[in-house]
Design a protein around this ligand. Structure first.
Ligand code: PLP
Length: 369
């Protein structure tokens, strides 16, 4: 089976983990790799502070909690995203408000944000979907005019660039995931990055059960245990050393797929705007009617040939749990829903070879007939 995405763990990761274990620094309370990973990764993003967490989901929750997001507040996010983005809002007791996608980049349509802003809106939470940056300038303008905060969900786009600047440092906070299939991995893990020292201090406090500085066991906030362990950070440090190579490889794979798939009618290739550097987290395509076969039929046939694929996310406005909660009633997001029906991603591991890319494309052609 050619899997959708597998991590590339090498000698350096294994050596670092052994070193962390031998030093007995195995928790998230102390250890040299935690500091190093936070410093190096935040510097990589061009941001001052990094707070490592247990996952991308907890990074998002920690970010919103550090901003004081609570009941009655509203957070605007794209309909098409990983459920974790919306869950983080719900964990705060706040209300997720969804925006439809735009056709070009599959990201949130920035023209549709302003009509969703109310007195209760506190945060705009753009997601750089599948590795392509969101058009951030209109979001920054809206945030300035309406006095809102911007939290970027960068779980799929480490190293992606917007007008030459890395995403994650374009808003008030950036939230990353290092889950096993992300651009760089720690197994499970995440990070909050910010240039704001106050937000960084609050995030550090809340990450660690809100043990107060003046007296350890006296607490002024509801905190969480969202500490990344030194063992995980040890993997992260080794991965970060390779991030440029990983992204280059992702881009090379995407360019190879593009060149071969371009001639097949009914396949829409992934976007890359002139102002963007796409890191192609997953090589994503749309299957249009012209292709002649249903997307799900193609997926089934590819699986029979040993090629694993994945459909796009199901939009938040169509999630049963949110419907049950009374959210998004009568809320249509036609573009997100269409992308969700037509989209799939092909194998995208950094270890994928050119001949495997060729085999996958030939298989698609054969299935189409
Ligand atoms: C993966 C992902 C998350 C969640 O990250 P975990 O580390 O799996 O908790 C959040 N948002 C997006 C867009 C993701 O792709």
């Amino acid at each position: 089976m050619i899997h959708v995405c597998e991590p590339a763990i090498g000698k350096e990761e294994i050596e670092n983990v052994m070193d962390a274990l031998k030093s007995n620094e195995i928790s998230g309370s102390f250890g040299k790799y935690i500091d190093q990973f936070e410093n190096d990764f935040s510097r990589y993003c061009g941001v001052k502070h990094g707070i490592a967490t247990t996952s991308g989901t907890t990074a998002l929750h920690l970010a919103l909690a550090s901003l004081g997001i609570k009941e009655e507040d509203e957070v605007i996010l794209p309909a098409l995203t990983n459920i974790a983005t919306a869950f983080a809002v719900v964990y705060c007791g706040a209300r997720p408000v969804v925006v439809d996608s735009e056709r070009d980049t599959w990201n949130m349509n920035t023209d549709l944000i302003e009509e969703k802003i109310t007195k209760r809106t506190k945060v705009i939470l753009p997601v750089h979907i599948y590795g392509h940056p969101v058009d951030m300038n209109p979001i920054s303008d809206l945030a300035k005019r309406h006095r809102l905060l911007v939290v970027e969900d960068v779980a799929e786009a480490h190293g992606a660039e917007y007008f030459g600047k890395k995403v994650g440092g374009l808003g008030n906070i950036g939230c990353f995931s290092f889950y096993a299939n992300k651009i760089i991995v720690t197994g499970e893990g995440g990070m909050v990055v910010t240039n704001n020292e106050k937000i960084a201090d609050q995030a550090r406090l809340l990450r660690n059960l809100a043990f107060s500085k003046e007296q350890r066991f006296r607490h002024h906030f509801i905190g969480f245990n969202y500490r990344m362990t030194n063992v995980q950070a040890a993997i992260g440090v080794a991965q970060l050393n390779k991030i440029d190579e990983i992204i280059e490889r992702k881009r090379k794979i995407a360019h190879s797929y593009n060149a071969l798939l371009r001639e097949i009618p009914g396949i829409v290739l992934p976007p890359e705007k002139s102002w963007a550097k796409n890191v192609y987290w997953m090589y994503s395509i749309l299957i249009e009617e012209e292709f002649g076969l249903e997307r799900d039929h193609l997926i089934k046939k590819l699986a029979e040939s040993g090629i694993e694929t994945r459909t796009f996310f199901i939009p938040m406005n169509q999630q049963p749990i949110f419907r049950e909660m009374g959210l998004f009633e009568n809320e249509g997001c036609p573009v997100a829903e269409e992308l969700s029906r037509k989209g799939l991603y092909l194998p995208s591991s950094v270890a994928l070879t050119e001949s495997q890319v060729g085999f996958i494309v030939e298989t698609i052609k054969k299935i189409r007939g």
